[in-house]
Design a protein around this ligand. Structure first.
Ligand SMILES: Nc1ncnc2c1ncn2[C@@H]1O[C@H](COP(=O)(O)OP(=O)(O)OP(=O)(O)O)[C@@H](O)[C@H]1O
Ligand SMILES: [Mg+2]
Length: 146
């Protein structure tokens, strides 16, 4: 984060689009919605691809582990005028038992290679996981346009 970019204040009211994640085809639609929002927010092609890839990993986790959920896409503007996107990916699944472990590359309780969460974190500027065992998970990420 560069000086002048923080703090970012947004409220649930600011969420432009909330996508449901209930089926395999919703995963594709979610990717396309993030791509479109990134283009609108002035992201270059590399930035678009990074934020779309991060979103893809998070919605896939919400689908596979969380039994589905939602993704909020929020365009944000820093006090410096810099634009970005915030994504809130939520599910009401089992939660993540050990967040530190889940972020380590190669850790998976499923069939995946276990690179999703750690990879997503490296592709964004801000990354936060709120999770409660038995209640669900929300991963919030921010990426700024260049
Ligand atoms: N939304 C979620 N709800 C519950 N557990 C989750 C959730 N997201 C991730 N996890 C847990 O964290 C682990 C690591 O997730 P990560 O996305 O890094 O790897 P993966 O999904 O197992 O494999 P990959 O994403 O590389 O295909 C998962 O195996 C799962 O145990
Ligand atoms: Mg994953």
């Amino acid at each position: 984060m560069r000086p002048g970019d923080a703090p970012v204040r947004t409220s649930p009211r600011d969420v432009l689009r909330t996508r449901q994640i209930r089926s395999g085809s919703d995963l594709l639609a979610a990717r396309q919605a993030v791509r479109a929002a990134a283009v609108e927010a002035g992201f270059d092609l590399v930035g678009q691809t990074k934020v779309v890839t991060a979103a893809s990993e998070l919605v896939r986790n919400a689908y596979v582990y969380g039994g589905g959920g939602t993704m909020g896409i929020t365009p944000i503007v820093a006090p410096s005028g810099r634009r970005g996107l915030r994504l809130d990916v939520s599910d009401h699944g089992p939660g993540i038992f050990d967040v530190e472990a889940a972020l380590v590359d190669g850790f998976s309780t499923g069939a995946g290679p276990g690179h999703g969460l750690g990879g997503a974190r490296r592709l964004v500027d801000e990354f936060r996981i709120d999770t409660a065992v038995g209640r669900g998970t929300t991963v919030t990420v921010v990426r700024w346009a260049p």
